[in-house]
Design a protein around this ligand. Sequence first.
Ligand code: SF4
Length: 343
Amino acid sequence: MQIITRNELMDQMFPKLPKFRNDQIQTALFNPRNKSWNDLSTLSKEMRVEIMKSVQWTSLNCVKIVESENRETRKALLQTQDSHAIESVLMKNKREQWTICISSQIGCAMGCSFCATGKLGLIRNLNVDEIVDQVRFWQELIKPDERISNIVVMGMGEPLINYENVRDALNLIIKYTDIGKTRITVSTAGVLPRMRQILTDPLWPHVRLAISLHSVDVQTRKQIMPSSYPTFLDDLAIWAKDYLKIHGNRRHHLTFEYLLLSDVNDSQSEAKKLASYVKKIGNIKVNVLIYNDTGLFHAPSAERILAFSKVLQDCGVDSTRRRSMGSDIFAACGQLAKITSQT
Ligand code: SF4
């Protein structure tokens, strides 16, 4: 089934739509008080009727929402027009505002061995509407006095394989919401051709980038992330230096994600190798994550996690430990895979 996006339909229906009209429509779409085209009082009644005949107000239908026991995380199972399901997550952050984790693909081709989404394979890329509508969905669901302050593109899929749609969706979100570029993080398994494109693409919005590193040993990384290749770590270091030269500043660093897997990449010697790798590059923040159970690996013990973090600290690496949220509803990192029915 060929899905035509809102913009494509609008272009077909109103080929000469003035820019201010398009701005009015986009602004209205991102206003959670509006629930249908009928609410767009800035448009004439005739135009609203015309739009309603052919353009859906949203590209996603909510099938189910589940909430974690501590009520800080909610996961939604959303259905696309061609009846595929994606998952999207809402999490309370430290500032008592909301962070949302959105998907960029249905399934994923990267096959990371710790990730439930990777087991699905790639079904298709999400289009711009389907990415944007996850943000609109959560905006509508939270209370009117609450706000979404951060977005992470870390849900189902590899965002840089769906480069143009992710880029165009982010540009719309940045333009029509109050969520700034530094409040958005795109996470990639390391798609270097697209990462190189970011260096020179004038349309790429300079949101934060997080690269899933998970090991600085070639063999171990290949075991965890089959998409890795022998020169990846060298190529990444060169790219990261170039990126920081062009875009790095006090507020704009790069993040390397490091998922600790028991007896795979969590030894103190791995921590030392990681520290030496990142220190050679420059302004890198290391985000240490603890494995959320998908039945394939084990999370390290609390002692090993502490020992790993201490080595990083002692070596002067800027590192944080990401709080895992929503694992009881399979909403945490690596757990998204249309499994809402299991919760
Ligand atoms: S971790 Fe990300 S890139 Fe890897 S398989 Fe899962 S969704 Fe894909």
